[in-house]
Write a protein that binds this ligand. Structure first.
Ligand code: SF4
Ligand code: SF4
Length: 444
């Protein structure tokens, strides 16, 4: 068996998926060929600290996973990309990288969205991923640093059962906890001393790309953090807006100033995405037509820069593009945008937004706490293990109510022949509920 087949099997067995939010099954990435393996340690979203926590706690595992992936895909270069502000506080990581053979450190500016895969590839290699393409199209495989630590674990037969999750915002003690996958969000809040307000909202994920969540929801393998905010916070209001409202405001107020396009990171990379033109294109109809400025929704990475930073008139181009993308998919309209050989805009480097300025604009500067990792792993009495925590087919429950499981046992299996990921028990205990969508385990 080849090195890559061996590693792919181990990663598949361990249920590793893109931990940075993508959730793509990592074993499928081992099957590509690339000349560069890129570790994404940008920790792009403001306020989240989970990637920093893993790079501080387990630098050798991150570097080890990077070297394993490099060898498996036959890459010549292995690059660990980290933001300057994070690297300054991570001497352990710098030492581990310098001690390892053939690992390059690449220092990223403190800007948003430095962690977008396409931007990261361009920064580290000078190559532009084509429209509608993937990093592997230009010879690069990108993995998040938490994922790489999990790859190193997988090699040793340890499945994904825990991950670091940051709890920030209106909580008494912002913290990053090592939490069993499937922990209820309310348990995370307790670990941070509880909310400081009686009435609050929770954003799951980062402030730019996260979504409103209920505290009874469980964590999954891709959740890096939760942010607690007052109900009156601007970011909460934006997420509560309906698509209809967003459309109405866009039609009534857009002045075609182009600020959204001028700051769009994908447009600056040379992709034919012009959100101001999309807003104009839907002035009369939200129909998912084959108009180029409608189908360009497929080129949007939903970073939120246009609606949360650029637009002076509270218009939501990202929301509109996201709705259009969903509708295009429903109608079976394929992405027609496939341009290659793209040239980034010459002014790109002057249009990157410093993270501190973004925080200020979002009204989040006061929440920018270290949220350092707690000394002990979080103990959850009950976990809800979702069968869909990843891109691809949902896992199929592999246990029955009344079964006893040990931490690390398989509770969800990949359906035969499908792209998917296994799910493992994150605590030892009794299976108390099984449905097509989840398996509940109560700790003994
Ligand atoms: S920034 Fe806002 S007002 Fe300006 S073109 Fe874009 S959506 Fe319209
Ligand atoms: S969300 Fe807005 S800024 Fe980000 S890629 Fe999409 S159109 Fe561009």
């Amino acid at each position: 068996m080849t090195v890559s087949a061996n590693l792919s099997d181990a990663i598949r067995a361990a249920g590793v998926v893109g931990a940075g939010g993508g959730g793509f099954p990592t074993h499928a990435k081992v099957e590509g060929e690339a000349d560069t393996l890129l570790a994404n340690g940008a920790e792009c979203e403001p306020l989240l600290r989970s990637d920093s926590a893993i790079m501080r706690a387990e630098p050798e595992r991150v570097i080890g996973g990077l070297a394993l992936m490099r060898d498996a895909v036959g890459a010549e270069r292995a690059v660990l990309a980290v933001k300057r502000k994070n690297l300054d506080g991570l001497p352990e990581l710098r030492e581990a990288a310098e001690a390892a053979e053939g690992i390059e450190l690449f220092v990223l500016d403190n800007v948003y969205p430095a962690g977008d895969e396409f931007l990261l590839v361009y920064e580290a290699t000078g190559r532009v991923v084509p429209e509608g393409g993937l990093p592997v199209d230009v010879g690069v495989v990108v993995n998040n640093v938490t994922t790489l630590a999990q790859v190193a674990d997988a090699r040793e037969g340890r499945p994904v059962t825990h991950r670091f999750v940051t709890v920030q915002g209106e909580v008494k003690r912002p913290v990053t906890v090592w939490a069993p996958v499937g922990t209820q969000l309310s348990v995370l809040l307790d670990a941070a001393g509880g909310p400081t307000l009686d009435e609050y909202s929770v954003i799951a994920g980062g402030p730019m790309m996260g979504r409103l969540a209920d505290i009874t929801e469980p964590t999954d393998k891709t959740l890096a953090g939760i942010i607690v905010l007052p109900n009156s916070h601007h970011l909460v209001s934006v997420r509560k807006e309906t698509a209809g409202h967003a459309l109405k405001i866009a039609r009534a107020a857009c002045c075609q100033c182009m600020a959204c396009t001028e700051l769009c990171p994908r447009a600056l990379l040379g992709h034919d995405l012009q959100p101001h033109r999309t807003v104009r294109a839907i002035q009369h109809s939200m129909e998912a037509s084959e108009h180029a400025h409608v189908t360009s929704a497929y080129l949007c990475c939903e970073c939120g820069m246009c609606e949360l930073f650029a637009c002076p008139l509270e218009i939501r181009p990202r929301r509109i593009l996201s709705e259009l993308k969903a509708e295009l998919k429903r109608r079976g309209v394929e992405n027609p945008h496939r341009k290659t050989g793209l040239d980034p805009d010459a002014v790109r480097q002057y249009r990157q937004i410093p993270s501190a300025r973004l925080l200020q604009r979002l009204g989040l500067s006061r929440y920018d706490a270290p949220a350092e990792a707690a000394a002990d792993a979080l103990s959850a009495g009950r976990v809800r293990l979702l069968m869909r925590q990843h891109i691809g087919a949902a896992a199929v429950p592999a246990v029955e109510e009344g079964d006893s499981v040990l931490e690390g046992d398989v509770v969800g299996e990949i359906p035969a022949g499908a792209l998917g990921a296994r799910v493992h028990a994150s605590v030892s205990g009794d299976v108390t509920r099984v449905s097509a969508s989840e398996v509940v385990v109560e700790r003994r």
